[in-house]
Design a protein around this ligand. Structure first.
Ligand SMILES: [Zn+2]
Length: 577
């Protein structure tokens, strides 16, 4: 009876530990036991110390070992999916006021998307789907001078969005739409809602900081229309004229006062990557973005709260034109611990050659995460967890990695990798071993990979991980995964000598279980780590049959994505442990 109870506790503790990275929780295990065994409820108090003792034991056992025990004794419980709580996004404001919900993502193709931008992309897309609405992508590329777009980034952004599963119903590119903005500009001037200011930037700032008007502000609308024509015809040089929208000169935020809507850019000097030098008058962000949100029928703008000032600016233009401003949801900043997400700093690092590309493993770009084997589902779950909350949120890599591990673990094939390999000669090996190791310990249906260890003159040669040398002191008993037990005899001339000890896994007690590769069959591998450094070693030869792009797990090392296979050398990008 006592034994039976002990076994029940052990089972509950081990299964709980496996679900929580090797650390079972007393409360959870106790709750589980009482839930499934009504007869124990009366004895809950006496049960607790016993549970605590078992958990202490379980939590000090390596996770791999717990998984091995569980897959042998309770394979069904191990793979049983626990129903995840269905997360929901809060409803959009005033959604019932619209027949069709239309959202948009408006990236500037001067860079690619990163985790922070994924929030706007996923929320805008998923809200549109939630309401059976439309999701629009609009490339905002109207600054050929300072925020110059690059053709390759339009494509990478499209790739980023497809990878995230954010497929769009329509796509617009602002550099195709300049005539539309010019038309609105003319309307604003005719209505007396805008003017062409010929002040220098310094002079204008001086004036508005004193709540004073540009001397030209109240000139006749006809004069401003004339100046506008001159602007379009090329009579002004860069910096000589700015189109301003009239707001409130006593607005508490000077940046809102008579904001600039169009300026001249010398596109002979700074050609636009798509339309070259065809246009010299370019709309600024608030004009182009504000006009498009109206023209494209956007009902809900979902963006960071750093845009609140822009909304204040744009509302003046909407009032001048008799338009209704869309409903807007402004979320807080999303920071990832230890991750540079500032676009300007990323771009600087790229220009200086510090980063190898937009998918450098040190970056939080979607391109980098994709290359390292993160699942887009991880990013989506992360964004749904955070939602559109207005407070700032900081997430840690541990959070992201835990989410990702849960998603990729069930489908990742397992392989042995030995870092800094150490040649190992084993004596007393009387036969050749052919090991069919499971590609996934919990999913035998996935099949096996094969490791062949030849014996010659009762000797066999393998490589162990140099990182395991500290556990390989003389006389140590270890088990080779899926193979047999051996006893170390010491290292000489850079080679480890060992002696065959037997095949029975039960004989080794708490001895370490090590991954290995046959000396005769293996492949060199370079693993690109998250800090950009490279770890080299050997992997099982069978890894070469996996498709490029597959996410795999190196046992006792971690997850990664198969990046390339050239001249029999494999390159893997590391994701996380
Ligand atoms: Zn002026």
């Amino acid at each position: 009876m006592q034994n039976e109870l002990g076994e029940k506790i052990r089972k509950a503790a081990i299964l709980n530990a496996i679900r929580h990275d090797g650390k079972a929780d007393v409360g959870a295990v106790l709750g589980n036991l009482l839930g499934e065994n009504a007869d124990l409820r009366a004895k809950a108090r006496e049960l607790a110390p016993q549970v605590r003792q078992v958990i202490e034991e379980v939590n000090s056992t390596p996770l791999e070992k717990l998984k091995a025990i569980a897959s042998e004794h309770w394979p069904r419980e191990l793979t049983r999916e626990r129903p995840e709580e269905q997360k929901k996004l809060p409803p959009l404001p005033n959604a019932s006021n619209y027949q069709l919900i239309v959202t948009r993502l408006a990236p500037n193709p001067d860079f690619v998307l990163h985790i922070g931008n994924a929030r706007a992309a996923i929320l805008s897309h998923d809200y549109a789907k939630m309401y059976d609405g439309r999701f629009i992508v609009r490339f905002e590329d109207t600054d050929p001078r300072l925020k110059k777009s690059q053709l390759k980034y339009y494509d990478i952004i499209r790739e980023d969005l497809k990878w995230l599963g954010c497929n769009w119903d329509a796509e617009y590119i602002q550099s195709d739409r300049l005539p539309i903005y010019y038309e609105i500009g003319r309307t604003l001037l005719v209505n007396g809602a805008g003017y062409i200011c010929e002040c220098t930037q310094e002079r204008f700032r001086e004036l508005v900081n004193k709540n004073a008007a540009c001397p030209d502000r109240d000139l006749d609308a006809g004069i401003h229309v004339e100046r506008w024509n001159k602007m379009l015809e090329g009579h002004y040089r860069e910096g000589e004229a700015v189109f301003r929208v009239k707001t409130d000169l006593v607005h508490p935020n000077p940046a809102v006062r008579d904001w600039p809507a169009f300026r001249i850019i010398d596109t002979l000097r700074n050609p636009h990557p798509r339309v070259g030098s065809k246009f010299r008058v370019w709309p600024l962000y608030n004009l182009a973005s504000g006009v498009d949100d109206h023209e494209l029928g956007i009902t809900h703008i979902i963006r960071g709260k750093e845009h609140l000032t822009n909304m204040a600016r744009q509302i003046y233009m909407y009032q001048h034109l008799g338009w209704k401003y869309p409903d807007a949801v402004h979320y807080g900043r999303l920071k990832v611990e230890g991750m540079e997400l500032s676009k300007s700093k990323l771009m600087k690092g790229l220009e200086s050659g510090e980063y190898i590309g937009v998918d450098d493993p040190r970056l939080g770009t979607l391109a980098a995460l994709r290359r390292r084997g993160y699942s887009p589902e991880t990013i989506r779950q992360l964004i749904w967890d955070v939602g559109p909350k207005p407070v700032d949120v900081t997430i840690s890599w541990d959070n992201i990695n835990a989410l990702n591990r849960k998603i990729i673990d069930p489908t990742s094939h397992r392989y042995y990798f030995v870092a800094n390999p150490i040649a190992t000669r084993i004596t007393g090996v009387s036969k050749t071993y052919v090991v069919h190791a499971p590609l996934h310990p919990q999913h035998p249906e996935m099949g096996t990979r094969t490791l062949k260890l030849e014996s010659q003159n009762h000797e066999a040669s393998i490589f162990l991980a140099g990182t395991d040398v500290p556990v390989l002191e003389i006389g140590k008993v270890v088990r080779l995964m899926g193979l047999f037990n051996l006893k170390t005899l010491g290292i000489s001339g850079g080679q480890l000598n060992a002696q065959f000890l037997g095949e029975e896994v039960g004989d080794i007690g708490k001895a370490p279980i090590l991954q290995w590769v046959p000396a005769a069959q293996n492949l060199p591998v370079d693993i690109v780590m998250p800090d950009g450094t490279i770890k080299t070693g050997l992997v099982e030869a069978d890894l070469a049959v996996e498709a490029l792009g597959s996410v795999i797990q190196f046992v006792r090392f971690g997850f990664g994505r198969l990046d390339s296979l050239e001249k029999n050398r494999i390159r893997v990008y590391f994701a996380h442990e």
